[in-house]
Design a protein around this ligand. Structure first.
Ligand code: THU
Length: 133
C-alpha cells in the first residue's frame, strides 16, 4: 500500500529524530514525530541517563516539546525504531491525557509501517481527565 506524502514526511522526521537519540546504555534509538491539529510537527528522541530511570522516551520528548510550545491537540504520532517497537506504558498514558483518539503509526528501520492504530487500541479503558471531573 502506498503511504500518503504527509505520513511519509512524518516517518522521515521521526527517523531523523532517532538519529539524534542519546542512547549510550541501551543502544536502542527511538524517534517520534507528533503532529498537532494545526499541522505543526514536534519531533523527539530518547535521551538516556547514567541513572537509568531518569531516561525520557522519544514520544514523551515530542509531547513535552509540543505542550510547552502551546499545543494540546494532536492527530498523528509516528514512532520509529529498528524493529517496530511499541510505545511504553508511560508514554501511552501521557499521550492519552491529550489525545485518546490519536492515530499511532509504528515503523521499522526500513521505514515500513508495522502498525497503524489508535492510541485507545494501545491503552483500552484508559484513565483520563474525564475521570476527575
Ligand atoms: N524507549 C522509548 O524511547 N520509547 C518507548 O516507548 C519505549 C522505550 C526508549 C527508552 C530507552 O532509551 C530505550 O528505548 C530502551 O528502553
Amino acid at each position: 500500500m502506498t503511504i500518503p506524502p504527509d505520513i511519509q514526511q512524518l516517518i522521515e522526521q521521526a527517523a531523523a529524530a532517532a538519529d539524534r537519540a542519546y542512547v549510550p546504555y541501551s543502544h536502542y534509538p527511538v524517534g517520534a514525530a507528533l503532529r498537532a491539529t494545526d499541522g505543526t510537527v514536534f519531533t523527539g528522541c530518547n535521551v538516556e541517563n547514567a541513572s537509568y530511570p531518569v531516561t525520557i522516551c522519544a514520544e514523551r520528548t515530542a509531547l513535552v516539546k509540543a505542550v510547552s510550545e502551546g499545543r494540546r491537540a494532536f492527530d498523528t504520532l509516528v514512532v520509529t525504531t529498528r524493529n517496530g517497537g511499541s510505545p511504553c506504558g508511560l508514554c501511552r498514558q501521557m499521550l492519552y491525557e491529550f489525545a485518546p483518539d490519536l492515530r499511532v503509526i509504528l515503523t521499522d528501520g526500513s521505514g515500513k509501517v508495522t502498525l497503524d492504530c489508535r492510541l485507545s487500541d494501545l491503552l483500552p479503558h484508559g484513565f483520563g481527565p474525564q475521570q476527575l471531573e
